[in-house]
Design a protein around this ligand. Structure first.
Ligand code: ZN
Length: 375
């Protein structure tokens, strides 16, 4: 049975121990005593070194603790060293969880169902429904208890007595109890800070509904500082793009979003209109291509004049044979200019467009009155 030094002292970072058993490759090692915390109760394992070898994982096998190493460990007696930054961070999150769970129960009768300490943030699953305002109140109350710097103590009591726990334990015999003075008593094997002030700020983050429970994400201590810092960096970046003070960005972002939706609606409308216009233009072009071919073959014969009128869009095409005595381009250009239209061409082929069907009619009438034309 491994003697768990962290049960008595969470602040112990250096210890000596004897190797009592090891795997043949000496990568999995059992010690007579250890300060390394193995993954259990929602709290992840410690990192550090054993005999100068890096510890990769620490596993709880109930009676004993196995240390998984990155390299073989040959020495029978070893010095252990715990990665204190990681350990203390875990202590802050874990005691923070006990405190927050106790406050949620005290204020809103919402019991904690489970706890998970993650790499970036931690979560507690709470039974029942809590609204945003209730969570803000809980956060405020939890931080007040932090400021009061209440002692956190560890005791061992027998399960036969009245333990007065927040949540009943299934453990029998000696039970390890973590107490936050005048607030919480929990059966727990985790590592904890000695007073609530060491937790630092407790910051509630996002909420998710998971299987009928409420999942509350939170961060404590330096994690809360990191979160606030990165939130501020992200918001400042947004404010810079708006060239506006931070507090005005939510309204600005909303207004921009509305504008964007509006612009998108307009764009859709315009592109539909454009597609229609393209279709019509293509149709008109195809028509005039056909007419042009027809006109050119018609005017290969002597003394020929070919006039085509297109109603929509109002346009016309004039082709003449070389011996017709008419310069198609010059003639049409002059008549079009008089009627407010546009166009022109060479001696034998010309075309143009007019603003209205009436103007087209006018040009046609004028053409028929030209010498060389006979209606
Ligand atoms: Zn605990």
């Amino acid at each position: 049975m491994t003697d768990r030094l962290y049960y008595q002292d969470s602040y112990l970072t250096e210890f000596r121990a004897r190797v009592v058993e090891a795997s043949p490759d000496q990568l999995r090692v059992y010690l007579d005593r250890t300060a390394f915390y193995p993954t259990s109760g929602g709290q992840p394992f410690d990192l550090g070194e054993l005999g100068g070898v890096e510890v990769a994982e620490v596993i709880d096998e109930e009676e004993r603790i196995v240390h998984v190493l990155r390299a073989p460990l040959a020495a029978p007696d070893v010095a252990g060293r715990i990665d204190w930054e990681r350990r203390f961070d875990h202590m802050q999150q874990h005691t923070g969880q006990h405190l927050l769970s106790a406050v949620l129960l005290e204020l809103f009768n919402a019991p904690t169902v489970s706890f998970h300490l993650g790499a970036d943030s931690s979560t507690i699953d709470v039974a029942g429904a809590l609204n945003d305002e209730q969570l803000r109140q809980s956060e405020r109350r939890a931080n007040q208890v932090v400021f009061e710097n209440r002692p956190v103590s560890v005791t061992f009591q027998h399960s036969s007595g009245d333990l007065g726990l927040r949540k009943p334990t299934e453990r029998t015999g000696e039970v390890r109890i973590v107490t936050i003075q005048d607030l919480d008593r929990s059966a727990c094997g985790g590592t904890h800070v000695r007073a609530t002030g060491e937790i630092g700020a407790i910051l509630i983050r996002k909420l998710d509904r998971i299987r009928g429970n409420l999942r509350v994400e939170f961060v404590c201590g330096m994690r809360a500082i990191h979160c606030a810092r990165s939130d501020f960096a992200a918001l400042s970046e947004i404010a810079r793009t708006f060239s506006a003070p931070l507090e005005e960005t939510p309204a600005l972002a909303n207004a921009q979003r509305e504008k964007l939706l509006d612009a998108d609606r307009t764009r859709r409308k315009l592109s539909a209109e454009l597609a229609q216009l393209r279709g019509r233009a293509l149709y008109a072009e195809t028509l005039s291509d056909e007419i042009r071919t027809e006109a050119q073959s018609f005017t290969e014969s002597p003394l020929a004049i070919f006039l085509a009128l297109v109603a929509n869009p109002p346009s016309l095409l004039l082709a003449v044979s070389k011996d017709a005595g008419i310069h198609a381009g010059d003639l049409l250009k002059r008549l079009l200019a008089e009627a407010g239209g546009r166009g022109g061409g060479n001696a034998t082929l010309a075309q143009g467009s007019l603003p209205t069907p009436a103007a087209l009619d006018g040009v046609a009438q004028a053409l028929f009155q030209q010498p060389g034309f006979s209606a």
